[in-house]
Unconditional design. Structure first.
Length: 198
């Protein structure tokens, strides 16, 4: 049997595997899902991935047979990136302990911009010029923005942190009514081009 060409991409929740088996007959494709093993067989073509880099949930995995490829969706048992298909990575489920909480079905909390700003400001206080190249630069401007931030109300602080972080440092707004409505767009300086790094 020949090992068939394949490739994958992943999110934290699942891994999508493309198996290039042109003209595969859906009736003759044999696929099996196990927690740490995946196998594919069709005629002389086969693919066995074992041990998988992480654990999957066999009951949630599925596949579709297309004209050019077979697309397999492996649902991860624990969220996170594998950065590979097979290997002896420690199984995240064995060391996974759910965080202590009163309810396992609690809704995902909104971002606490106030907590983030406090954390950043506390971290900035102790930095000297050796650790932070911005310290000792234009101290008048730095002090001006620190004063605005320190004297601002909660909405203004949230607006400043959200606008600055979402715009990649190209926008600083104090208007929460405007910033709170949606994502803040990146506005690079005139003559510059914004490039997203992966």
């Amino acid at each position: 049997m020949a090992t068939i060409r394949h490739e994958f991409y992943e999110t934290d929740e699942k891994l999508t595997l493309s198996i290039f088996d042109k003209g595969a007959d859906p009736e003759q494709v044999k696929i099996s899902f196990e927690p740490r093993k995946f196998s594919y067989e069709h005629g002389d073509n086969s693919l066995v991935l074992q041990p998988l880099k992480g654990q999957i949930d066999p009951t949630k995995c599925d596949y579709t047979v297309g004209k050019v490829k077979v697309e397999v969706r492996l649902v991860k048992a624990a969220q996170g990136r594998w950065a590979g298909l097979v290997g002896d990575a420690p199984d995240p489920l064995t060391s996974f302990a759910p965080p202590p909480s009163t309810s396992q079905t609690a809704p995902k909390p909104k971002k606490n911009w106030e907590g983030i700003t406090t954390q950043i400001l506390d971290g900035e206080k102790d930095k000297g010029s050796e650790q932070d190249p911005n310290v000792g630069g234009d101290t008048a401007v730095n002090g001006f923005f620190q004063k605005i931030f320190a004297d601002a109300d909660e909405d203004t602080r949230r607006a400043m942190m959200k606008s600055f972080s979402e715009s990649g440092g190209t926008t600083l707004s104090t208007n929460w009514d405007e910033v709170g409505k949606g994502r803040v767009e990146v506005k690079p300086p005139e003559g510059s081009e914004w490039k997203k790094w992966n």
